[in-house]
Design a protein around this ligand. Sequence first.
Ligand SMILES: *Cc1c(COP(=O)(O)O)cnc(C)c1O
Length: 397
Amino acid sequence: MTAMGRPLLNRRLAEFGTTIFAEMSALAQRTGAINLGQGFPDTDGPEEVREAAVRALRDGRGNQYPPGPGVPELRQAVADHQQRFHGLSHDPDTEVLITAGATEAIAATLLALLEPGDEVIALEPYYDSYAAGIAMAGGLRVPVTLRPYEGRFRLDLDELRAAVTPRTRLILLNTPHNPTGTVLTPEELAAVAELACERELLVVTDEVYEHLVFEGDHLPLATFASRHPDLRDRVVTISSAGKTFSYTGWKVGWVTAAPALISAVRSAKQYLTYVSAGPFQYAVAEALRLPDTYFTDLRADLRQKRDILADGLRAAGFEVYQPAGTYFITTDIAPLGEKDAYDFCRALPERCGVVAVPNSVFYDNPDTARTHVRFAFCKRAEVLTEAATRLRTTFTH
Ligand SMILES: *Cc1c(COP(=O)(O)O)cnc(C)c1O
């Protein structure tokens, strides 16, 4: 559509039409297929957390504009959580900022830290909001492709170093990584930390799956500041309540970083939403203080779900890249004789009543991913078992 001879959607956003999730969820709805496309749980999180939100609503806490940086109870809870799980200390007044989910945190961070023309190195395949966020800020994305190697998607450190130019402003990291399910190794993280300090870069690290690591523990990039003190002034860490507490609709996220970085991000954030989710902020403050058993049970539950779906996919003939974290399994459909993941995903609901997404949409250079398909396993066990049965029946006959 045009007005006065010019497209309505500006040039920066022209390449971002409707997301793959809108397309595939509509397909799921139309065909009644099991939706393993979008990553949201099909059961709600802990009841006591929901009740905490109800209490906050009833008691009138957060029903009017909360403070711009977030309610003090939540900022303190985020600081305590970083200390409790990662040994990181943050001043809740100057080093924590509450946002409308990780999505706003990412957008505000990029809008705050980038000048037009700045280059941003991002791990490819990337979470879909990264490319749009970089574009909105006028930045240029420079992908570094994660490639399968001995069963896991690996970061090629030489490729990463070679991607840095005098115009590079920041590295946008994501671990555990959506959509590949890879968890960056201590060696990979150490190399990023060293590179950032050596080349004077900022690093924005999206760690929303910090509690969904199935082997070992999550290692935040920020912990490498103990080895590279310079790093403290370079790292912006982003997380959120959605994945950790299975309330993806609440959209409560947070940024932890040194005061100057928080102050910069806040400058952008205050003109995006200013504030959001008042009563939910109080509920998330309580959620972050749940006992260790909540977090270990969540992890065990998702690990079991991963195994149900991974086993089913293998039995159906898919090559499975075993995810070490997140909600997602990336598979290769080449062993099924398939050539194109997009065509495959468009046909899959009719063929076997399951929806998945083609990984090629998460790439600038989709050549390495033409036959890669992502399935979400954050669903009830019986749903995953049924999906596995449908896949096996369809592809082994
Ligand atoms: C889900 C997700 C987000 C978005 O988090 P919200 O808190 O819902 O905004 C950000 N990054 C990654 C990698 C995700 O998977």
